[in-house]
Design a protein around this ligand. Structure first.
Ligand code: CMP
Length: 130
């Protein structure tokens, strides 16, 4: 998971972590960093060529982010359930994106979309430490 620049600037790190921990996740790794444009392009390479790509890169490199390695059973589906839909404006009422996000791409958090993606994304930020 990544807490994105909009949520960091709204002082929502703690509130988001509380929701994640209350859902039964263990925080295994966490740090604050800032994407360079090049890093954001590499992280989101799968979206290259999409009309929203440049805006996504601008936004994700606009301020600090908090990447996390999280652990629990069925982690991907459990996290995506509490995170909510990509468009924060359309996300279900009780979700993290509805509460802390605004729209796309200002949707407060990124959540890996499969265990395989999660493995790659965790390695991107934390190498082999997890
Ligand atoms: P995220 O979970 O970080 O994964 C890819 C991101 O691309 C997504 O959240 C959004 O911020 C962004 N994104 C996805 N679809 C669109 C879209 N149709 N328009 C703009 N941004 C998008």
């Amino acid at each position: 998971m990544i807490i994105k620049p909009d949520a960091v600037s709204r002082n929502a790190i703690g509130a988001i972590l509380k929701r994640v921990e209350d859902r039964g996740f263990k925080v295994r790794q966490m740090r604050m960093t800032r994407f360079t444009r090049e890093e954001a392009i590499r992280f989101y390479a799968v979206h290259r060529g999409q009309p929203f790509f440049d805006g996504l890169i601008d936004f994700m490199s606009s301020g600090p982010v908090v990447p996390l390695a999280l652990e629990r059973e069925n982690a991907v589906s459990n996290l995506r359930e509490i995170v909510g839909a990509t468009d924060a404006a359309k996300a279900a009422e009780v979700t993290i994106r509805k509460h802390f996000g605004t729209n796309i791409p200002r949707n407060a958090v990124h959540a890996s979309d499969s265990p395989e993606t999660a493995t790659g994304e965790i390695a991107f930020f934390f190498g082999e430490q997890v």
